[in-house]
Design a protein around this ligand. Structure first.
Ligand SMILES: *[C@@H]1O[C@H](CO)[C@@H](O)[C@H](O)[C@H]1NC(C)=O
Ligand SMILES: *[C@@H]1O[C@H](CO)[C@@H](O)[C@H](O)[C@H]1NC(C)=O
Length: 344
């Protein structure tokens, strides 16, 4: 009896184990293992997120969006993406990227958004800041400590038309020197152990609307921040701190009086000029494109008209020949000949 019960118990264990394994396998199988393609926002995109891939598989050409987030990519070589030159939005967040070749993105001249957040990037090449179409750059959650970004010699002016830069949670002690960025509107530099807050780094961002400094200024002496805070207030930049009580303290109030120095104003004015220039170029390009588009449309219409007229003429000529053929035959012999001709 006991033996039977034991056997039954064993069977039960085996059965439960087996079922559990089955469901696990099934769950694994139901996860997609290959990239899928879809249209989103009128663009063709490849969706490869969360597939535990160690490299980017061969994808269809012409994709404009590539979501390769949450995978196991470690290195981005010069030829990793060189084939996909039409990419505009590239998401590589949450991989294990530690190395990026100097020319890894150089072929992506249409790239507008680059998300490299939450990787293990230590060293960054300055080429990234010169991508001609890049507007949004996410580098947050990378250990870009002293080593690379802050001490990096970025040649200026930066060519990328950046309007968003996320450097939050990058272990930065010093803010990078980015020079003039006339289109920058949002700068996230929160959650970094900053040792100083240099107002000069903000003065070249004349369209800045918001800067996030949450958890980044705890190590900076209150009075050393005064110029930056004054600058934000003067230019109407919304600065997020998490905790504003320090700025309402007596200590802050008693900080020595300072004036906004000339060099900040000069950088700011330079930025404003460059912004106007960019806008002018944009407007004139738009105008030319409208004119060009109108002209092209007119030409296409004209050619179409010519073609229709040509077809019409041809049809008319044919009809006249047919009518000539249809002329009633004078005798029966001719009629048979025409009939035979028609059959052949
Ligand atoms: C800035 O980055 C932090 C950390 O990545 C994030 O939690 C926060 O929402 C960002 N700030 C804004 C205003 O988006
Ligand atoms: C810089 O500009 C601010 C206001 O725009 C002004 O109050 C300040 O005096 C200027 N500084 C110098 C040195 O011109």
């Amino acid at each position: 009896m006991f033996r039977y019960r034991c056997c039954f118990f064993l069977l039960l264990v085996v059965k439960t184990c087996y079922t559990k394994e089955m469901t696990d396998i099934k769950a694994l199988q139901s996860l997609p293992t290959r990239c899928t393609y879809e249209y989103a926002y009128d663009m063709y995109g490849a969706h490869c997120a969360g597939l535990r891939l160690t490299k980017i598989p061969s994808l269809k050409g012409g994709i404009e969006i590539l979501d390769f987030s949450d995978n196991k990519l470690k290195e981005v070589h010069a030829d990793t993406l060189s084939y996909y030159t039409s990419i505009k939005y590239l998401y590589l967040s949450e991989n294990q990227i530690y190395s990026i070749d100097k020319d890894a993105f150089s072929y992506l001249t249409y790239l507008q958004t680059l998300d490299l957040s939450n990787n293990v990037i230590l060293q960054l090449s300055e080429t990234i800041f010169h991508l001609p179409s890049l507007r949004k750059l996410y580098l947050n959650g990378n250990p870009l400590s002293q080593g690379s970004l802050s001490s990096m010699e970025i040649s200026k002016p930066i060519r990328a038309p950046l309007d968003l830069l996320d450097l939050s949670d990058c272990k930065l002690e010093v803010m990078p020197d980015l020079g003039i960025l006339p289109q920058m509107t949002f700068y996230n530099i929160s959650h970094n152990p900053l040792k100083s807050l240099d107002a000069q780094s903000f003065s070249g961002m004349c369209k800045l609307a918001k800067v996030d400094l949450t958890e980044s200024i705890n190590q900076i002496k209150l009075c050393d921040m005064k110029l930056s805070v004054m600058w934000f207030q003067e230019k109407g930049i919304y600065f997020q701190l998490g905790d504003y009580t320090k700025l309402n303290s007596r200590e802050y109030e008693n900080c020595p009086r300072i004036d906004i120095p000339q060099n900040l104003n000069a950088t700011f004015n330079q930025c404003r000029m460059e912004y106007t220039e960019v806008q002018t170029v944009k407007t004139s390009r738009r105008t030319w494109m409208t004119i060009g588009g109108g002209l092209a449309g007119f030409l296409v219409g004209f050619v179409l008209l010519l073609y229709i007229m040509h077809r019409h003429n041809v049809a008319q000529t044919k009809r006249t020949t047919k009518e000539v053929k249809k002329v009633p035959p004078s005798d029966d012999k001719n009629a048979t000949a025409i009939l035979l001709n028609d059959v052949s």
